[in-house]
Design a protein around this ligand. Sequence first.
Ligand SMILES: Nc1nc2c(c(=O)[nH]1)N[C@H]1C(S)=C(S)[C@@H](COP(=O)(O)O)O[C@H]1N2
Ligand SMILES: [Mo]
Length: 386
Amino acid sequence: MIALVPRPVRTVASRVARWRDERLADPRHSDRVAAVLGIALGISFLVCFVTGLISHLVQHPTSWFSWNARPAGLYRFTQGLHVVTGIASVPLLFAKLWSVFPRLFQWPLATSALHAMERLSLLPLIGGSLFMLVTGVANIELWYPWVFFFPAGHYAVSFVVMGALVIHLTAKAATVRSTLRRNPPAPVDPVARRRFLGTVGALSAGLVTVTAGQTVWHLRKVALFAPRRPDIGVQGFPVNKTAREAGVVDGAADPAYTLTVEGRNGSTTFTLDELRAMTQRTAMLPIACVEGWSANRLWTGVSVPDLLAAAGETDVHEVSVESLQRGGRYRRSTLNASHAGDADTLLAMQVDGADLHPDHGYPLRLIAPNRPGVLQTKWVVKLVVS
Ligand SMILES: Nc1nc2c(c(=O)[nH]1)N[C@H]1C(S)=C(S)[C@@H](COP(=O)(O)O)O[C@H]1N2
Ligand SMILES: [Mo]
């Protein structure tokens, strides 16, 4: 008699299941690591989303959102936080994906409709997160290879990610809570787990350190990952668009350069000498670029409320600030009532006691408190009051 011993059936599914179970026994793939990384990512994504939304609303004002000229350095802080949390998320996201990857291989693929929805939401969550971080980091590095307009794409996808994240967190809340309870079952290997989380945390902190120097003065010397340093550039700080790139080299040097204030009661034109003869005001204000760099400088020029008063304009609602530059998205910006009425909102002719360099907007540039760099219009030739 021959005993028939059944051979174990080695289907692809069972092999995959075995591979997955082996991985999940590793503390770096444990529920706890997934939960800790998930919480860290949740916090950094939320801060990044809120600060990004602020930046968007400041640049595209709506009726329900008002942004004041004070405190002067607030935008510099929120945008710095936006870039820092985005950068910090990169190692966290890759560690999280690596840690939970084996869990994707699950059979059956979904056990209920709700479960199926939760799993499907991983597609926009992961795809969207990667898109946000890749485009964001490329933007900080001043690399724009996209066929779409960066801010619009980056803004739209942020809502996809946040929506998918809400679904994901709702589905995972119970797991996260039970994993992080005070007395969880003894972890398999707490040392390996802590070492892994420690490495990821250190990578995140390290990346932040070598980028934040573009806006944190004391870290400027280690800003290895930042293309701009707040202390390097013409007149000691960065230039966004040079006079040549803007096509204004000749126009800016023209001795007949004038500023026109187009008011509701007619228009008034000022020569540069007339502007120099007016009361000059000096203010320490940052240029805070959306790309993440910022620099505090001492600006001197005519205060916009003084100028509006000299042109006979009171009760100003809004002022459109227009540049000599013919094309380009940033040739015009709008001052709301708070900015137009702030004494430190200047049409500056000098920085740090010297005439502005043409690349910084000579002869006349807008500089106002609490405002994104893109709205600090250079080579100003016209104010339209409404
Ligand atoms: N006319 C005009 N003004 C402009 C820009 C521009 O492209 N054209 N760029 C803006 C941007 S994005 C920034 S960050 C600041 C930078 O000012 P700076 O070059 O003097 O540092 O200028 C702003 N003013
Ligand atoms: Mo900018």
